[in-house]
Design a protein around this ligand. Structure first.
Ligand code: CA2
Length: 141
């Protein structure tokens, strides 16, 4: 399950110098192409609402083997997303388009990262592609 957090539906339209010029649909298409190569099936969900993301995480174990998530701003604020991840226990990888560690201090902390298999930040689309590979390889073992 690929989860995209708040404002990522705006990708490609604003702040291309930080987040690149690809739209969310283009990112999802590139992930689908990699998934076909690896031999796995993806589902995508974007929401600006913290509760909707919590609901999606809670429902995930019924249908999915892992979660690739860009929690966007909720990375830095959401105990609720962290608690949902802790509750389900599915393996997940946290990704960010930008390198959150070279940006404002408030972006350096992630509530989710301590529970993640790993965090990949700063590589634009490649953060997602590397994250999918890492999650797939982890689940293959
Ligand atoms: O670098 C990332 O992927 C982030 O998760 C993106 C979040 C930001 O709050 C995190 O600190 C890092 C913001 C996503 C907002 O995306 C926009 C896209 C286009 C225009 C405006 C916002």
């Amino acid at each position: 399950l690929v989860l995209h957090g708040p404002n990522l539906n705006m990708l490609g339209r604003r702040e291309p110098e930080i987040y690149g010029s690809l739209s969310l649909d283009q990112i999802n298409s590139a992930l689908d192409a990699l998934a076909a190569e690896l031999g796995c099936i993806l589902a995508f969900f974007q929401s600006n609402s913290e509760g909707a993301l919590v609901d999606a995480i809670q429902a995930a174990p019924a249908d999915y083997d892992g979660i690739l998530i860009n929690p966007a701003a909720y990375t830095h604020t959401s105990v609720a997303l962290r608690d949902a991840m802790a509750a389900i226990g599915l393996p997940f990888v946290e990704v960010h388009l930008s390198n959150i560690h070279r940006r404002e201090e408030f972006r350096h902390h992630s509530f989710l990262a301590p529970l993640a298999l790993g965090q990949i930040a700063g590589f634009g689309l490649d953060s997602y592609l590397l994250g999918l590979r890492a999650l797939f390889n982890h689940n293959k073992k």
